[in-house]
Write a protein that binds this ligand. Structure first.
Ligand code: NAD
Length: 500
C-alpha cells in the first residue's frame, strides 16, 4: 500500500463561523474516487438553511470590523501564515485532490511543496501584499478643497468554484476577496469537497477571525442558488461553465449584485510552419492532455499550417504515447481519470460523435487494462470541419481536434469562429506573425511560443462565452472593493458645486 492509499479522509462538513458543522438537515452525499469508483467518504449536503447560517456569520464578522477594518499589516500577517501552512500541508492537500478528482499525485517533492500548492500559497501572499501596497487617489488641485477616494472592503461575497483545480482556483478568488477585508461564503464543487477542508483548518490556525471565511459544501442547485440569491451577499465571483454563469447572472441581476465570471473555452493552439516544433509539439500535447484535458485554457483546437501538417500529426501521436493514463496514486502517472461518471459519459459521447464528424487519429476509448475508473485515452480527432460540434464545443477531456490552415488569415478565421474566447496560443519564429495574430485573436489571453505562465497582476479571463470581467492584481481589487470619495472644503472660498 502506498503512503497515499493509507490516508483516511473523515466525513467532510461545512466551516461556519469558525466551527466545523454538519448540515442542519443532517443530509450528506458520497464522495467518489474517480480512479476506483469507490466511496472515499461522505460530505455534508448544504441547503438554504446552512447558507443562511453561513451568510449571517459572514455579515456579522464584516460588520464587527475585526477583519474589515483591520490594519492591512494584520491581514497580511494572517494570510502569509496561511500560505506557509498550505505549503507545509502540501502532500496532504495533493493526496486529497487525487482522491476527489483524480489528478495525479506527481513526483515526491520531499520538503518542498507541490508546484500547484506553491502557486496556491502564492495567491494568498500576492494579494496580502497587494492590499498593503495599494494606494488611493487624492485630488487636491487648489487650497480650498480636499477630496480623496477610498477603495475599501465591500461586504459579503459568494465564491463559487469548480472541481478541476480545487486549491489553486479557490485561493485565486478567496485571496483578493479576503485580503481587501471582505467576508466570504465559499461553495466548492460537490465533486471536490476534500482538499478545501484542509484550508478551513489552516485559516483557523492562521488566526483568521471567526466568520470571515465560511465554507459550504453541497450541490449547485441546493447550496449555490440560495447563496447567490441571499440578500446579504453583495456579489458573486464564479468559475465554472457558461450555463451556470447564465443562471447566476439572472439571479444576481434581480438583486443588483456584482458578478465576475471565469468560464470555459475551446482555445486555439496555432502552429505555423516556421515554429520550433521541438517545443511546439510537446507543448501542444501538454496543453490538451494535462489534468486529462480538464483545464479551462486547454489548447483543444490545434491549428497546424498545411506545409507541416503531416509531420505534426506524426510527432503529436508519438509524443501522446508518453501521456498514457494510469493510477493517479502512482508517482509516475501523468494523467489520471476524468472527475466523474457523468463527465466520462459526456466525453465518450463526443468520441462517438467524432467518428461521424471526422476521424479518430489515435485514442478514442477506454485505455486497455483500466477496467474501473473514469479513464479515457488521449485522443486526436482529424478531418472534421471547423464548424463541426467536436471543433466548437468544450469537451473537457484529453481530446484534441487538429485542423489544417493555409495562412495567417485562414488561421484567424478558424480560431475566431468560436462562441468562446479564453486563450490563444501562437507558435511561430516570426515576431511579425506573432503580433499580427495577437492583435486579431478574439481571446482574453494570448501566449506566444509558450503557455500557462502568468504574472499575477495580469488580467485573467476571457471574451464572449468565456467570461465577464477579469481577475488579477488591480482588477481583482476593483471587483472586491467599494470605491467611494470623501470631500471636504478647507476654506470658505471656491465654488464646490460647479465642479461636480
Ligand atoms: P459548473 O458550472 O457545473 O459548476 C461550478 C460550480 O458552480 C460548482 O461549485 C457547482 O456546484 C456550482 N453550481 C452549479 N450550478 C449552480 C447554480 N445554478 N447556482 C450556483 N452555483 C451553481 O462547472 P464545473 O463542471 O464544476 O467546471 C467545469 C467548467 O468550469 C468548464 O466549463 C471549465 O472550462 C470551467 N472552468 C473555467 C476556468 C476559468 O478560469 N476560466 C477555470 C476552471 C474551470
Amino acid at each position: 500500500m502506498s503512503e497515499v492509499e493509507a490516508i483516511e479522509v473523515p466525513g467532510q462538513v461545512h466551516y461556519i463561523d469558525g466551527s466545523f458543522v454538519g448540515s442542519v438537515s443532517g443530509d450528506t452525499f458520497d464522495v467518489i474516487n474517480p480512479a476506483t469508483e469507490e466511496v472515499v467518504t461522505t460530505a455534508a449536503r448544504g441547503g438554504a438553511e446552512d447558507v443562511a447560517l453561513a451568510v449571517k456569520a459572514a455579515k456579522e464578522a464584516f460588520d464587527g470590523g475585526e477583519w474589515s477594518h483591520a490594519k492591512p499589516s494584520f491581514r497580511r500577517k494572517v494570510l502569509f501564515k496561511a500560505a506557509d501552512l498550505i505549503e507545509a500541508r502540501s502532500a496532504e492537500v495533493v493526496a486529497r485532490q487525487t482522491l476527489e478528482m483524480g489528478s495525479p499525485i506527481g513526483p515526491d517533492f520531499g520538503d518542498k511543496p507541490h508546484p500547484v500548492i506553491e502557486r496556491s500559497a502564492w495567491n494568498l501572499r500576492f494579494f496580502a501584499e497587494e492590499q498593503e501596497q495599494a494606494g488611493d487617489h487624492a485630488f487636491n488641485r487648489d487650497d480650498s478643497l480636499l477630496t480623496y477616494t477610498m477603495a475599501g472592503a465591500a461586504g459579503v461575497f459568494g465564491l463559487i468554484t469548480p472541481w478541476n483545480g480545487p486549491m489553486m482556483l479557490s485561493t485565486w478568488k478567496m485571496a483578493p476577496c479576503l485580503a481587501y477585508g471582505n467576508s466570504a461564503v465559499h461553495k466548492p464543487s460537490e465533486m471536490s469537497p476534500l482538499s478545501i477542508g484542509v484550508l478551513c483548518e489552516i485559516f483557523e490556525e492562521a488566526g483568521m477571525p471567526n466568520g470571515v471565511y465560511n465554507m459550504l459544501l453541497g450541490y449547485g442547485k441546493e447550496a449555490g442558488v440560495p447563496l447567490v440569491e441571499h440578500e446579504d451577499v453583495i456579489g458573486v465571483s464564479f468559475t465554472g461553465s457558461p450555463a451556470t454563469a447564465r443562471d447566476i447572472a439572472t439571479r444576481a441581476a434581480a438583486g443588483l449584485k456584482r458578478t465576475s465570471f471565469e468560464l470555459g473555452g475551446k482555445s486555439a493552439n496555432i502552429v505555423f510552419a516556421d515554429a520550433d516544433l521541438s517545443k511546439a509539439v510537446p507543448a501542444a500535447a501538454m496543453g490538451i492532455f494535462m489534468n486529462s484535458g480538464q483545464v479551462c485554457v486547454a489548447g483543444s483546437r490545434i491549428l497546424v499550417q498545411q506545409d507541416i501538417y503531416d509531420g505534426f500529426l506524426e510527432g503529436f501521436e508519438k509524443i501522446a504515447g508518453a501521456w498514457q493514463p494510469g493510477n493517479p496514486l502512482d508517482r509516475k502517472t501523468r494523467i489520471g481519470p476524468l472527475v466523474s461518471k457523468s463527465q466520462y459519459e459526456r466525453v465518450m459521447s463526443y468520441l462517438d460523435l467524432a467518428r461521424n464528424e471526422g476521424r479518430i487519429l489515435f485514442g478514442g476509448g477506454r485505455p486497455a487494462g483500466l477496467d474501473r475508473g473514469y479513464f479515457v485515452e488521449p485522443t486526436a480527432i482529424v478531418d472534421a470541419n471547423p464548424s463541426a460540434r467536436v471543433c466548437q464545443e468544450e469537451i473537457f477531456g484529453p481530446v484534441a481536434t487538429i485542423i489544417p490552415f493555409s495562412d495567417k488569415d485562414e488561421a484567424l478565421a478558424i480560431a475566431n469562429d468560436s462562441s468562446y474566447g479564453l486563450a490563444g496560443y501562437i507558435w511561430t519564429g516570426s515576431q511579425d506573425t506573432a503580433h499580427y495574430m495577437s492583435h486579431r485573436l478574439q481571446t482574453g489571453m494570448i501566449w506566444i511560443n509558450s503557455g500557462f505562465d502568468r504574472d499575477l497582476r495580469q488580467p485573467f479571463g476571457g471574451m464572449k462565452n468565456s467570461g465577464l470581467g477579469r481577475e488579477g492584481g488591480g482588477l481583482s481589487r476593483e471587483f472586491f472593493t467599494e470605491t467611494r470619495f470623501v470631500s471636504f472644503p478647507l476654506t470658505p472660498r471656491g465654488n464646490h458645486v460647479a465642479g461636480h
